[in-house]
Design a protein around this ligand. Structure first.
Ligand code: PBG
Length: 331
């Protein structure tokens, strides 16, 4: 019973009908906005490859957090740029470091905004790797304790959720145990469970000053060619106590998001629409090669359609404005 009885175009005939049968919904409530925090006062240093995104001092980050909440975005994820980098990433777990300071200030000024923190050493180490070194290798097991200290330090400052992005084996368990020991048994862990060794992180490394000084991250982040392995990473992180799992990057890995959705029904899944994905969109938009607002919504909707419950994205503020405009026009 195909054509002409079946005509799928019938439900595409007008906007109200299309809205009625739409399968995937994108809402501002699905978005989390990443922010980069630096020391100093009244600093807003633009990141060249990420138009609209700046490194912000705590005072300016508070103002931005207020704006983000005002747009209806429920949460932010914070990355810190330390005053000083050293081989063991000391500021990553320093209670007076830039992240604890930012968390305290934002929690106080914008109480209804969810504050997530990225837990990793790469922004804080002078060699730019995500853990401590033994020779030229990242020493997995010696890194775990430092990551756990960083997570506890963020929780003590008031982080609602900690998000480890380092890709060390066993870090979710180490962080869970440390949080529980310190009385933070109710603080959730969002694990960057399937994080690939991706060229799409280029602009982020400019933003965070975290480019490895030698070698690359292929010794701990995943091979972009692997999908089955992502499911093993996710299963292990869930076993170790992850509350939310994340796939990163998002756009070139929609199949991984979809497979995770099918393999782990009921598990909250996040996706990270990373810096390079944002940079490509903005570059094409600046040249007039793409319709920016349209493609922004298309990309985020596609990530939701693949199976992500929510999305970390530098487009969050743009998307919030676009969705609001559309709502105003259709009502
Ligand atoms: C830190 C970290 C990275 C990103 C998030 N956390 C960079 C990396 O692993 O090199 C990338 C985010 C982005 O590109 O937007 N480990």
């Amino acid at each position: 019973m195909g054509f002409p009885t079946q005509r799928l175009r019938r439900l595409r005939g007008n906007a109200i009908l299309r809205d009625l049968v739409r399968e995937t919904h994108l809402e501002v409530g699905d978005l989390v906005y990443p922010m980069f925090v630096v020391h100093g006062r009244n600093v807003a240093r633009p990141i060249g490859s990420m138009p609209g995104v700046c490194q912000l001092s705590v005072d300016r980050a508070v103002a931005e957090a207020r704006e983000v909440r005002g747009l209806g975005i429920p949460g932010i994820v914070l990355f810190g740029i330390p005053a000083r980098k050293d081989p063991v990433g000391s500021e990553a777990y320093d209670p007076s470091g830039v992240i604890p300071e930012a968390v305290r200030a934002i929690r106080e000024a914008v109480p209804d905004l969810l504050v997530l923190t990225d837990v990793c050493l790469c922004e804080y180490t002078d060699h730019g790797h995500c853990g401590v070194l033994r020779g030229e290798e990242v020493d997995n097991d010696r890194t775990l304790d430092l990551l756990a200290r960083a997570a506890v330090c963020h929780a003590k400052a008031g982080a609602h959720v900690v998000a480890p992005s380092d890709m060390m084996d066993g870090r979710v368990r180490a962080i869970r145990q440390a949080l529980d020991r310190e009385g933070f048994e109710t603080t959730p862990i969002l694990s960057y469970a399937a994080k690939y060794a991706s060229g799409f992180y280029g602009p982020f490394r400019e933003a965070a000053g975290s480019t490895p000084q030698f070698g690359d991250r292929r010794g701990y982040q995943m091979d972009p060619a692997n999908g089955d392995e992502a499911l093993r990473e996710i299963a292990l992180d869930l076993e170790e106590g992850a509350d939310i799992i994340m796939v990163k990057p998002a756009l070139a890995y929609l199949d991984v998001i979809r497979r995770a959705r099918e393999r782990f029904p009921g598990v909250p899944i996040a996706a990270y629409n990373v810096s390079g994905e944002y940079a490509m969109l903005k570059a094409a938009e600046e040249r007039g090669w793409l319709d920016g607002p349209r493609v922004t919504i298309e990309i985020l909707t596609a990530i939701r359609r693949a199976g992500a419950d929510f999305i970390l994205t530098y487009s969050a503020k743009d998307a919030a404005r676009i969705l609001k405009d559309r709502g105003a026009r259709s009502s």
